[in-house]
Design a binder for this molecule. Structure first.
Ligand SMILES: [Zn+2]
Ligand SMILES: [Zn+2]
Length: 225
């Protein structure tokens, strides 16, 4: 529980990888500063493939009209936070922050902790209600199972509500954790997966040879300031 709260706060307060925007004179007129005047926005930048370094993948520069910067690969603009984020995964409305290059590891660990916590809570609620059910059934052997469940619900409404909330929450959290476990194994971000990028050959240039390496990269990678 303490670990979950700590990881939740760590995810929410860590810079997700915001690329500082610029505000040059002439910005309002849409004039590019000198050093970008001759940059061909359609030019492609080659990016080495982790799996196949000899055949680099080409990316087209994307210019963010809001932040006034050329975005590195995998960077996207978040309309809620209004800035570009490196290795943008998604904007989390529950934590009120973007999930990106620097806080994805904490987010991933947070949802795993949440899953374990909800699993324990659900198991405790079900065990508690089952024990109560058996005790009431033993006291009233002639009652039907449904009538006994109704009696348990009226005697222990809090256990019932907690159990229902835990079961409903576990479906959402287990689904979320399962999805992130899957995309982490593939070395993809939520955005890349939903946009169906790199779903067939050539695979993502950012993915590693095995799911173990992808997990190691996410969990043990040291974020640079
Ligand atoms: Zn931007
Ligand atoms: Zn955001």
């Amino acid at each position: 529980m303490v670990a979950s709260i700590y990881l939740c706060l760590l995810t929410a307060t860590t810079d997700p990888g915001i690329v500082p925007g610029r505000c040059w004179e002439g910005y309002v007129n849409g004039i590019l500063p000198g050093k970008y005047k001759n940059v061909n926005k359609k030019a492609k930048v080659s990016y080495p493939q982790v799996l196949n370094p000899n055949s680099p993948m080409l990316f087209q520069f994307k210019f963010c009209e809001t932040c006034f910067i050329f975005r590195p690969p995998r960077t996207s603009h978040c309309n809620v936070c209004n800035n570009c984020v490196l290795k943008f995964d998604h904007h989390c409305i529950w934590l009120g922050t973007c999930i990106g290059k620097r806080n994805y590891r904490y987010f991933n660990l947070f949802i795993w902790h949440l899953t374990i916590m909800i699993f324990i809570l659900t198991a405790m609620c079900i065990t508690n209600l089952s024990v109560e059910h058996r005790m009431v059934q033993e006291r009233n052997p002639e009652e039907s199972r449904l009538a006994v469940w109704k009696q348990v619900a009226s005697s222990y409404p809090l256990s019932y509500i907690c159990g229902l909330v835990a079961v409903a929450g576990s479906i959402f959290v287990f689904g979320l954790t399962g999805f992130h476990a899957y995309i982490t194994s593939l070395g993809l971000t939520t955005q890349e997966k939903l946009a169906k990028k790199y779903v067939r050959y050539p695979w993502s240039p950012f993915t590693y040879a095995s799911w173990r390496e992808n997990w190691t990269k996410v969990l043990l990678w040291k974020a640079k300031a």
